[in-house]
Design a protein around this ligand. Sequence first.
Ligand SMILES: CC(=O)N[C@H]1[C@@H](OP(=O)(O)OP(=O)(O)OC[C@H]2O[C@@H](n3ccc(=O)[nH]c3=O)[C@H](O)[C@@H]2O)O[C@H](CO)[C@@H](O)[C@@H]1O
Ligand SMILES: C=C(OP(=O)(O)O)C(=O)O
Length: 442
Amino acid sequence: MSDDVLIVSGGSPLKGEVRVRGAKNLVSKAMVATVLGESPSTMYDVPRIRDVEIVRGLLELHGVKVTNGALDGELRFDPSNVERAGVDEINVHAGSSRIPILLCGPLLHRLGHAFIPDLGGCHIGPRPIDYHLEALRRFGAVVDKTPEGLHLSAPDGLHGIKYELDYPSVGATEQILLTAVLAEGVTELSNAAVEPEIIDLICILQKMGAIIKVHTNRVIEIQGVPRLGGFSHRPIPDRIEAASWASAALATKGDITVKGARQADMTTYLNVFRSIGGEFEIDDNPVDGGIRFWHPGGDLRPVALETDVHPGFMTDWQQPLVVALTQANGLSVVHETVYEKRFGYTSALNQMGAHIQVFQDCLGGTPCRFGRMGFRHSAVIAGPAKLHATDLVIPDLRAGFSHLIAALAAEGTSRVHGVDLINRGYEDFEAKLANLGATVSR
Ligand SMILES: CC(=O)N[C@H]1[C@@H](OP(=O)(O)OP(=O)(O)OC[C@H]2O[C@@H](n3ccc(=O)[nH]c3=O)[C@H](O)[C@@H]2O)O[C@H](CO)[C@@H](O)[C@@H]1O
Ligand SMILES: C=C(OP(=O)(O)O)C(=O)O
């Protein structure tokens, strides 16, 4: 039997405590930012997840010396050898994650050229990088697309731009920040993404010596500076992981305290959690605080929501929450407006006894970019449904976690194939599950 299969005996509430550390979607970008510095950087509270290992390997190939610090979760980055790195085996990173694209600006500033292998990440839509490439070209980069990947150069250096994103893309905003900080002159970015992870990246860049103003109405202004130093930073906690455990508490009628979770980053999720009938209690002690999430008993209520950019309901919160909604009493509607193909995982939930129908229309609210384009991007969930055990194959990170929650909520024993994918974004999830009283084994 393959080692990548988890046997899950479901039907019992998850109860106990887990801890979340630095956010996957900040830590990986912060690691890229170290390449911009002329001196070493240190990060604390870095989770042991696959995406961190991938970016560590990528940075090491580019000559950044990465070492473990004295504290658990402390990583040190010394970028002083970037100019002398050989970078022969970069294609081992093809398809590994989305992070390599963010090296464009830092490498162009350091070396004058960059090679970016094919990107990976979750298969939740086509995930184009047109905004990234258009912005880079305007900064002055020459971009050559080849079958192996992207070759970039900047024969005349990189210069500040005035640019408006068609959609507030997180990655494109990060691309522009990481390029503009060392570009000559001022960059004005309109319709920028302002997710908490982006604000935290801005804090890091400011620590390094950047000048970045976040105006109202999604405008970010970056005054290029000639050089940046290193940084020392404790990242924001992973609000996606925190919400995943909260949804697991609801779906299994459990009670989970998520140490490290922070209210300010999760207010939209918390509103929905409360509307459904979940209860939570916030402990804002900076050292040992967190949020306790529990199912108070009785019926859960259905909800209508749409995913959106910050401060809206995060698309990455959607899948675990949908599992909890299969247990609510009535019809819930979830309109996914960030990715066009993020409901593929619902067919496995239906095999387990859920009643979820997906539609091409923009249901339950505002029309979005995907309306009338043939994408099944709205879901109607009828509950409560009795879930039963089955064999599952994990398709991607968040869908995988939601399959796992469904298996834990279902009566009987499920076999969940491909669980290693979950390590990409959830630190020690098997140990955490065991701590919460789940019966899981390889
Ligand atoms: C590693 C990381 O941080 N991943 C997160 C990041 O992904 P990522 O940065 O890839 O997501 P984006 O915000 O860029 O994507 C949002 C939307 O913009 C579109 N788009 C994006 C770029 C572009 O050049 N052209 C274009 O059309 C995408 O197809 C998508 O429909 O933000 C997403 C939205 O919060 C999260 O779900 C991901 O977990
Ligand atoms: C979509 C996600 O990640 P990535 O962009 O790394 O695929 C996610 O974290 O849910």
